[in-house]
Design a protein. Structure first.
Length: 188
């Protein structure tokens, strides 16, 4: 039986619930592209069934920040996903902040181990620093999913180097997350 992966491409293309901006880029555009590329890798593997929160660049979820999050979680839960991966970009007032960071509900269990593997593989694939795994139990998509969930902050949109890499090589971020999933499942 195929492993069901729900890929949540963070944020909407237009308000409400748009993402961060930096270096001329929009978070919601990066997350859309990385999610599509990750879905293609997983589907080509043959062991996975994949659902995207935003199957098209114009897909708009909800009519408020809250309803956007509820729609993503409800879709993943009702589909019966085995794992929930939410893709985001980080932002900071410190222009030197760089690297990827994985967020989970708590720092133990399945989601934590999956997040560790994703962080390791993102660092190996992109060359960006692995900032580790952080518990963020207040985040709706981590708190309300019925399956292990990881929110991946793949890089800093406010860092010129991270932003350029996300813009020019989104495939590397998709590949890093993909390899992290495979590593966690002992398929790498």
């Amino acid at each position: 039986m195929a492993i069901k992966i729900y890929i949540d491409q963070g944020h909407n293309p237009m308000s409400p619930n748009t993402g961060a901006e930096g270096n001329g880029l929009r978070e919601q555009d990066i997350t859309y592209t990385v999610g599509k590329e990750l879905a293609a890798l997983l589907r080509a593997n043959g062991n996975f069934e994949v659902r995207l929160s935003r199957p098209t660049p114009e897909t708009q979820l909800g009519n408020s920040n809250a309803s956007s999050l509820v729609q993503r979680v409800t879709d993943a839960n009702s589909w019966g996903a085995n794992y929930f991966i939410s893709i985001h970009t980080n932002a900071s007032e410190l222009i030197g902040a760089s690297g990827s960071e994985q967020l989970v509900y708590r720092t133990e269990g399945v989601a934590y181990r999956l997040a560790q593997a994703i962080g390791e593989q993102l660092a190996l694939t992109t060359g960006l620093r692995n900032r580790g795994v952080v518990a963020r139990p207040g985040l709706y998509v981590l708190r309300r999913t019925a399956m292990p969930a990881v929110l991946s902050e793949i890089g800093f949109i406010t860092n010129p180097g991270d932003a350029a890499l996300m813009e020019n090589r989104p495939d590397l971020f998709a590949l890093g997350i993909y390899r992290g999933i495979l590593q966690y499942l002992d398929l790498l």
